[in-house]
Structures are given as structure tokens and as C-alpha cells.
Design a protein around this ligand. Structure first.
Ligand code: AMP
Length: 227
């Protein structure tokens, strides 16, 4: 199974893709996260990507496709994968199609999380993450138990550099320009628009129902974790 998560910054696609990946036992791959890791490692790709990420601009298709190819060629992707933040352009989608055909995967499901811009702005401005374990929090809706500290390892929470207001506006603009053509490209057959304003558990349930037609029982008694 191949699942593509579409949605603007702050729509919850990172949280949902990680949760759904655990349930389906396939990896969730975020190109944004991979690129941030390259920047942190100060690799050749990271040095090219750094300024683009800082300004909310897209990294070139060739570089991103090569990075995705390396990741998708790993053995854990053999029975499927979830992509969060990829493809972002038509050439990326065309490249992915070829990869999917070459490797005998099925046509992708497109899960599009839809959230109004007012809600997105408030979510993104409250978003914090743990630099150690990557768990994501929100100062309004998913607060850590102790202020500013990760529940898992106690590390001090940080804000993504590209969550600054002016960069978020550039990222949303880039998203709005590119999303419609991509949705058209994939067609309506496997497209699922999801209302992302609801609590994360409800959104997950709907996504899992779409992806696995058997009734989905959410794990009870467990707090929904964003990683
Ligand atoms: P995200 O975490 O998906 O919001 O991505 C953060 C940033 O990484 C974006 O603003 C882009 O600069 C870059 N990026 C992530 N995915 C892609 C992609 N598929 N193509 C080009 N740039 C990307």
C-alpha cells in the first residue's frame, strides 16, 4: 500500500502519518524531516537545502527525488510506505509513478487533510517539538505535562525555524499553488478529502477506515500520542 498525505503546514499530516504508519506497519516518510536532518548533519544536500528551508521555498526536484529514491529502496518499504510532504510538484509525482510501477506497488491513496487558514496559523504558532525524539506538541491542543519539556525524555522543546510567521506564509503560498494541480494529477479515484479540524483520534479513525475497509477499533485507554 502507498499512501500520500497532502495538506498545508499545520494540518496534522505529520502526526496522522506517523500514527497510521504504526497501525499499518509500514514506514512514514517525511521529506521535510529528512531535509531538516540533512541540514543538521551539515551534509552536501543539507548545505544546499538550508537557505531554501529557512525561506519556505522548495528544494529542487532532482535532489528531493534522489533522496526519496534512497529511502524507498530500503527493505522496510517493500510492502508499502506513507509519504508526508512528497510529492510537492508534478515532476515529483511523475517520478514517483515510475518508481511505483518499477517496484510493483499499487496506485497511491491520496489523503488530503483540510483545515482553514485561521486554524492553521494558530496551530503552527503553537507547535513545538522535541529535538531529541521528534515528538510534536502544541501549546494549545497537545500540551506537554511539564511546561517546555518533552514528556518522553525531558528535553527542552523547540520551535521549528520555518514555523516563524513570515516563513509559514511563504510555505502556505507554495502549498496553495501546487496542491490543486497535484490533486488533479492523481484524479478522484483514490482521493480522500478529510476534515482535519476534528480531534486527532477521530481523524485517524476515518483515515484507517478508508485504508482498511474492515471496522477499525482504536486502542482504548491510550492517550493519542503525536509520534
Ligand atoms: P514540511 O516539513 O513538509 O513542511 O517541509 C519543510 C520544508 O522542507 C519545505 O518548506 C521545503 O522547503 C522542504 N521540502 C519538504 N518536502 C519537499 C519536497 N517534496 N520538495 C521540495 N521541498 C521540500
Amino acid at each position: 500500500m502507498v499512501v500520500l498525505f497532502f495538506g498545508p503546514p499545520g494540518c496534522g499530516k505529520g502526526t496522522q502519518s506517523r500514527y497510521v504508519a504504526r497501525r499499518l506497519k509500514i514506514p512514514a516518510i517525511s521529506t521535510g524531516e529528512m531535509l531538516r536532518a540533512e541540514c543538521e548533519a551539515d551534509s552536501a544536500l543539507g548545505r544546499i537545502a538550508r537557505t531554501l528551508l529557512a525561506n519556505g521555498e522548495l528544494v529542487g526536484d532532482g535532489l528531493v527525488n534522489a533522496m526519496v529514491r534512497n529511502r524507498l529502496s530500503k527493505s522496510d518499504c517493500r510492502s508499502g510506505f506513507i509519504l508526508d510532504g512528497y510529492p510537492r510538484t508534478i515532476p515529483q509525482a511523475q517520478w514517483l509513478d515510475r518508481f511505483i510501477q518499477e517496484h510493483g506497488h499499487t496506485h497511491p491513496f491520496v489523503v488530503h487533510l483540510q483545515v482553514s487558514s485561521e486554524v492553521l496559523v494558530s496551530r503552527v504558532s503553537g507547535r513545538r517539538h522535541c529535538p531529541k525524539c521528534s515528538r510534536v506538541y502544541n501549546l494549545v491542543s497537545q500540551r506537554p505535562r511539564f511546561e517546555g519539556k518533552c514528556d518522553v525524555d525531558g528535553a527542552s522543546l523547540v520551535r521549528r525555524a520555518d514555523d516563524a510567521a513570515e516563513v509559514v506564509i511563504a510555505r502556505m503560498r507554495a502549498y496553495n499553488e501546487l496542491c490543486e494541480p497535484l490533486i488533479e494529477y492523481y484524479g478522484r479515484a483514490n482521493y480522500h478529502g478529510i476534515d482535519g479540524h476534528r480531534p486527532p483520534e477521530e481523524v485517524s479513525r476515518e483515515i484507517l477506515e478508508i485504508l482498511s475497509p474492515a471496522p477499525v477499533r482504536m486502542r482504548s485507554g491510550r492517550r493519542f500520542a503525536a509520534r
